[in-house]
Design a protein around this ligand. Structure first.
Ligand code: PLP
Length: 404
């Protein structure tokens, strides 16, 4: 079974007292999904609502471009910043999409958004610097900040308002030590999309105070309602204190090809190019050619995927609404929902029992932070049939459980 490697690879370090490893490495926690997937792997007939990657095939023209690149001998290193053709395509694509002048010098091509976020956060995190991170949040950010001695200050979001971020709460959380804020919209694990006003208000205040904004926009195309995507690239006054991270993984269902990028000021990119040389040197060359084909090719393949995600989201919202002891909301993006069990429930125990007793695998809230321990993540990156079948099992089971 394919699971998100980010969710799995961080998991072997469950002895935090083992002095073999540096304190930095020991900042990486045991992943909540690993516990679930380990148990699931020993069971038959499991339905996974736990997968963090698209379940569609990569569009044919992208595969063909990848194969062509291999056949034409495109198997050497590229320039350190990335394949020039891909840098041009990205500058043109984002320039048009967000009406912002970008040059290839604003861009660094990386091994997935994961490397881009690794470079961005570890190159700037340091003792005495505080980073604001939403809670719940994608599991990468806080460990990367802590690994380099930075401090994480969580800003809890709440299921009652669809896990929206209150910009005033963000401003109130900014203090003398605040160095950066990490945004992720559409969000993993909640599927929340922040509206333009939220992004604009945060960017404006951050620019005023000289606080860095790191924006993870890997789900920028997976918008399931008819709304415009408010990227920081559109609304930031300039890129001096902004780093935008994205990739082909989700939009074009090419997570295994591992191509992402970071967009920022030319000064920041110059510094990060040097760092990139010491991490992965360059990203995979034929996969960068596949990326050029993705950006320059037709977008109807993406529209088709988004339509299917939207249909699944609609049905999931109904199913969650009909399930006893479960409270949902309306997620507008990505392919996740983060419904809640009754207050004070330990979702990690419930999810584990639910897996063992119904064979439905989800990811409990403690994998994503500290404030939503009664919630769990459902990924609907699986077929409608599987979603229906999962709820045929979950509904009667949850009905029988007793909560405080
Ligand atoms: C919010 C978020 N950011 C980044 C990533 C990593 O993406 P990539 O495959 O580009 O490294 C993921 C993958 O699940 C994600 O959910």
């Amino acid at each position: 079974m394919a699971v998100n490697p980010v969710d799995t690879d961080l998991t072997e370090l469950d002895d935090t007292r083992d002095s073999t490893w540096s304190p930095y490495l020991r900042a990486i926690p045991v992943s909540g999904i690993r516990r679930m997937v380990d148990v699931a792997s020993k069971m038959d007939d499991v339905i996974h609502l736990s997968i963090g990657q698209p379940n569609f095939p990569t569009p044919r023209h992208i595969i063909d471009a990848h194969i062509d690149a291999l056949e034409q001998g495109q198997t050497g290193y590229t320039m350190d910043a990335g394949l020039p053709e891909l840098l041009d395509a990205l500058a043109e694509y984002y320039g048009k999409r967000y009406n912002r002048t970008l040059t290839p010098e604003n861009i660094l091509v990386t091994t997935g958004a994961t490397e881009a976020m690794y470079l961005a956060l570890t190159a700037t995190s340091a003792p005495g610097r505080q980073f604001l991170v939403t809670d719940p949040t994608f599991l990468l950010y806080a460990p990367l900040i802590r690994m380099n001695g930075g401090e994480v200050k969580y800003i809890p979001t709440r299921a009652e308002n669809g896990h929206q971020l209150d910009p005033q709460e963000v401003i109130d959380a900014m203090g003398m030590r605040t160095y950066g804020i990490v945004l992720n919209s559409p969000s993993n694990p909640t599927g929340t999309v922040y509206p333009r006003e939220t992004i604009e208000t945060i960017l404006e205040e951050a620019a005023y105070r000289g606080i860095y904004v790191y924006s993870d926009e890997v789900y920028d195309h997976l918008l399931l309602d008819d709304i415009e995507f408010p990227s920081v690239l559109r609304y930031a006054p300039d890129l001096d204190n902004v780093m935008m991270v994205s990739s082909f993984s989700k939009t074009f269902s090419m997570a295994g090809l591992r191509i992402g990028w970071l967009i920022s000021s030319q000064g920041a990119i110059r510094k990060l190019r040097r760092y990139h040389m010491f991490t992965t040197t360059v990203a995979n060359t034929p996969a960068q050619w596949a990326g050029v084909a993705a950006l320059r090719g037709p977008m109807d393949c993406v529209d088709d995927m988004v339509k299917e995600y939207a249909a699944r989201r609609d049905r999931l919202v109904q199913l969650v609404g009909d399930t006893p002891n479960l409270t949902g909301y309306w997620p507008q993006g990505a392919f996740y929902m983060f419904p809640s069990l009754p207050a004070r429930t330990d979702a990690s125990k419930v999810c584990m029992r639910m897996l063992r007793e119904t064979g439905v695998c989800t990811v409990p809230g403690d994998a994503f932070g500290e404030s939503c321990l009664n919630s769990f993540r459902i990924s609907y990156s699986t077929s409608m049939d599987k979603i229906e079948e999962a709820f045929e099992r979950i509904m009667p089971w949850l009905d029988k459980q007793t909560f405080e």
